[in-house]
Design a protein around this ligand. Structure first.
Ligand code: 5GP
Ligand code: MG
Length: 473
């Protein structure tokens, strides 16, 4: 089955007197970095549900006319980022059950849908062509048709869901927020004019004038209706937020598990300065994620921070396949080096991660072409050796550069003078949170949620010493 519904942003609104869909629009606009492929909103005025979704960026997916149809004081919305090539608007979200008037949006990914499939088939629901998100909605629908209220139906379907999910679910009278019992993907609640808003990241609160209230806890179901906000525990939660949210994914103005993403990234830089005190003339970031890291490195080391690469601000995933010559230009379309900063210099360049190594290799070449004398590449996380199954689109394990090469081999491949990865200990220390708070699977191969049928896609090297009987993967 193709991988769908991954790496997304969700936003929800409930509040009498609020123009919910318009608030959701601006919420999704602030969450654009979490998905650029399609966008959608479902709204309700307590009587009828309306929904609209289209391929493209938030600003492209909704016209004024579309917005005017999305009436009501409740709304949920979604930005989708999928790796599947032949994706269409069919799997864009919100997913809606028209007959019941229930809509759902999902951030995360279910590595195993076996339990959901078995359940749905036993109830006569065909699972062919359904994404993991759509299966969760169908399971909730089965219980709702049996006469349960929406919170009861969600609670009944919860044990069938195995994987990473931060969900918003809406019917005509309530919005429900639900996070898997490990809290792999973030989800927060805010307040606005006596109403409530939900967001994948707290960065979406400020633009709409909302105030952060709290995170949805792992295993918690938060229900907002005319009576206000209440909460139910569906499972004993144990937070293991994907640490890659801090490394790459989240916006720097968000707070995750109470920690500023900007501050944590700056700490990554300070840790890097301790671990790799290279002699250098300048330290430059790969924009955007590398900026606070390079600033932290500069502060701790005294090496001056400079902007050595200028990023085209309007770059985003496009649906127009570039012609061959343009494609070969690769990262040059996105980044331009400044010889004024680089020529004759010993340059430290900092990026958040190496995935396939293709852009990093082009960047090194570009810096040397601009006249850099030395290029030391520092990475604000350890080598990514293991694939992701919980909603970040790292590719198959064999495509991950660090799964095939040693650090020295990677350095030679990139053509860098030196190459350094932040240590695992340094990474954890920089967050100010204990290791047990995180899912670190892409670095350690330790997967907190059983991968079931997909476990065979992971190759754990022999140096891993966890006994067979205790392995979770
Ligand atoms: P590489 O040089 O390995 O091809 O790519 C590294 C770059 O990919 C880094 O600049 C990093 O910011 C970015 N990156 C890291 N994780 C992801 C991801 O999950 N999706 C996408 N699209 N880019 C990523
Ligand atoms: Mg990057």
């Amino acid at each position: 089955m193709e991988r769908l519904g991954e790496k997304c942003g969700v936003f929800g609104v409930f509040g009498r007197g609020l123009d919910a869909s318009r608030l959701a629009f601006f919420g999704l606009f602030a969450l654009q970095h979490r998905g650029q492929e399609s966008s959608g909103i479902a709204s309700s005025d307590g009587e009828r549900m309306h929904s609209h979704k289209r391929m493209g960026l938030v600003a492209q997916a909704f016209t004024e006319k579309d917005m005017q149809k999305l009436v009501g004081h409740m709304a949920i919305g979604h930005n989708r980022y999928s790796t599947s090539k032949n994706s269409t608007v069919k799997h864009a979200q919100p997913a809606v059950l028209e007959d019941l008037g229930i809509a759902l949006v999902h951030n995360g990914n279910l590595p195993s849908t076996a339990a959901l499939e078995t359940f749905l088939k036993s109830k006569g629901v065909s699972v062919r062509f359904l994404s993991d998100s759509e299966m969760m909605l169908q399971a909730i629908g089965v219980y709702a048709r049996e006469g349960r209220t929406l919170p009861e139906a969600v609670a009944a379907a919860f044990p069938l869901m195995t994987g990473a999910f931060s969900l918003l679910i809406m019917d005509k009278t309530q919005v429900i927020a639900l996070r898997d019992s490990y809290g792999i993907r973030p989800l927060s609640v805010g307040t606005l004019n006596g109403g409530f808003v939900f967001s994948s990241e707290t960065c979406a609160f400020h633009p709409i004038g909302a105030e952060f209230l709290r995170d949805v806890a792992p295993g918690e179901m938060v229900i907002v209706d005319e009576g206000g906000l209440r909460s139910e525990r569906l499972a004993e939660g144990h937070e293991q937020l994907d640490i890659f949210e801090f490394v790459y994914f989240a916006r720097p103005d968000s707070h995750l598990s109470g920690k500023s993403v900007y501050g944590v990234r700056e700490n990554f830089g300070k840790e890097l300065a301790k671990e790799f005190p290279y002699p250098a003339d300048v330290v430059i970031p790969v924009p955007e994620t590398g900026i606070p890291v390079a600033l932290g490195y500069a502060k701790a080391s005294g090496v001056p921070f400079e902007t050595g690469l200028i990023k085209n601000r309007y770059i985003h995933r496009t649906f127009i396949e570039p012609e061959q010559h343009i494609r070969e230009q690769g990262v040059k379309i996105k980044l331009t080096p400044l010889p004024e900063v680089l020529a004759g210099k010993r340059v430290i360049i900092i990026d958040d991660s190496i995935v396939r190594g293709t852009t990093s290799r082009q960047i090194v070449k570009m810096l040397f072409e601009a006249g850099a004398r030395e290029v030391d590449f520092l990475i604000s996380c350890p080598p990514v050796r293991y694939p992701d199954f919980y909603g970040i689109d790292t590719p198959k394990q064999e495509d991950l550069l660090a799964s095939k090469m040693s650090v020295e081999e990677m350095r030679a491949y990139l053509g860098a003078t030196r190459l350094g990865f932040l240590s695992y200990e340094g990474l954890i220390r920089a967050t100010g949170l204990p290791e047990s708070n995180f899912c670190t699977s892409c670095f350690t191969g330790r997967y907190p949620i059983d991968l079931h049928e997909r476990a065979k896609e992971v190759r754990i090297p022999s140096e891993v010493t966890v006994p067979e009987s205790q392995r979770q993967w």
